[in-house]
Unconditional design. Structure first.
Length: 413
């Protein structure tokens, strides 16, 4: 049977691209399936360091209670001097509070780890809620003296709706694919998420000058602290690992405006870090890490070929081709999201939405590449102006809540 010419014109490039992309995915997926969290290791004393600025007081209170339930040595909150509400929340708990008038997250992190007196320091976001065994689980990989930093598995806390479901799918893909394969092959995770990342304190002290004075093309770096810390410990010959048995929950955007801003900030941070790493020799001591960085950069461009061909087929009214293409995306993405679908089978009906959001994120990544020198937090009132980190607004006081909610996963607590 001879097919019409447009099937070859449209189908052949997509078929070749699909074959290449699936081959790359299998290179990641096989080691990801073999990954297992480290089962045994010591319980090491740990200090939690949390920069606090413009946080929802209800979320902050819930998070503090979850950290204290972990039995850590100390919880240190580094609170911005302008944030009176969060200072009131912190005063209700047995935590150490350090007040800072220096804007920006990096200096707050440094103040916290300098204060810490334990071998391990957990750098935690103020909206991140821990399961009761996180401190124990993240300690285990440090039985290997080569491990310099350990990350956790994230899930969405509290919010509902389309964006929350899609974010949950992206998170599971990250922790069951990218981070899992990087942990298994080489123990070199490209980014220990700042939601919760645990480091050896002596390493944080050793790298703090490079961390605090990071620039990109002459502009001081404001965000991207988690990427920078991970890179610095890898540069120094230590390893990074994802301990998936340590689960935390964090809030994520529920509006498109905040979603776009957050993803744009993350994309700029990734481009800066990965491009700089690929231009240095240290990354090639971790061949699989270098491969995944290059693969992620390439996918920002190739991902947009799909909707381009789809748009052309619709314009030409080639409806059979459109149906086949949409069905293929539904089936293929479901296969790649299988670990998530096992946990939440109803996400099968969100797969095409996930595909569309992936295209949107690819556009954001391309815009981030072309605006890579811009330094704004975007979801917080902090920015780099004239080479200095400054506050762009002071939040109005908000009354502290009278009670705290029950965290997600409370049944296992």
């Amino acid at each position: 049977m001879t097919l019409p010419l447009y099937y070859y014109v449209l189908g052949t490039p997509l078929g070749v691209l699909g074959l290449v992309r699936w081959s790359f995915w299998l290179v990641r997926r096989v080691p990801a399936v073999l990954y297992r969290p480290i089962p045994h290791g010591p319980w090491l004393p740990m200090t939690i360091v949390v920069p606090v600025y413009q946080e929802d007081p209800l979320i902050l209170a819930t998070a503090i209670e979850s950290w204290l339930r972990n039995g850590v040595f100390e919880v240190v909150l580094v609170v911005d001097a302008s944030d009176l509400v969060c200072r009131q929340v912190a005063a209700r708990y047995p935590v150490t509070v350090i007040i800072t008038d220096v804007p920006g997250k990096r200096d707050a992190l440094r103040l916290g780890w300098r204060h810490a007196a334990t071998e391990l320091v957990a750098l935690v976001d103020s909206d991140t809620i821990w399961a009761p065994d996180v401190a124990y689980e993240v300690s285990k990989p440090f039985a290997d003296p080569r491990i310099g930093g350990v990350g956790t598995r994230q899930s969405v806390y509290g919010s509902k709706g389309f964006l929350s479901r899609i974010t949950d799918m992206f998170l599971d893909h990250r922790y069951f694919d990218e981070n899992a394969c990087q942990s298994y092959l080489g123990r070199a995770v490209s980014c220990l998420s700042g939601r919760t990342a645990v480091y050896r304190r002596h390493l944080l002290l050793a790298i703090e000058d490079d961390f605090m004075h990071e620039t990109f093309w002459g502009v001081p770096c404001l965000s991207g602290d988690d990427k920078r810390l991970t890179t610095l410990i890898l540069e120094r010959g230590y390893l990074s690992y994802m301990q998936r048995s340590a689960e935390v929950w964090s809030t994520f955007p529920t509006t498109w405006k905040i979603f776009f801003k957050q993803r744009l900030r993350w994309a700029r941070n990734t481009w800066r870090s990965d491009l700089r790493a690929l231009g240095n020799r240290w990354v090639y001591r971790h061949p699989f890490l270098a491969f995944t960085m290059m693969d992620k950069a390439i996918s920002s461009f190739t991902l947009l070929l799909g909707p381009t061909f789809l748009g052309y087929a619709i314009a030409q009214q080639k409806w059979a081709f459109v149906v086949v293409l949409v069905a293929w995306w539904q089936i293929s993405r479901s296969a790649k999201l299988l670990p998530h679908l096992r946990r939440r089978p109803s996400s099968f009906f969100f797969v095409l939405g996930y595909v569309v959001v992936s295209w949107v994120m690819a556009l954001i990544k391309l815009y981030a590449l072309f605006s890579i020198r811009k330094q704004r937090w975007l979801t917080r009132q902090v920015a780099v102006e004239n080479g200095a980190v400054v506050r762009t607004a002071t939040p109005p006081p908000v009354p502290a809540p009278a009670s705290t909610p029950v965290p997600v996963g409370a049944a296992r607590w």
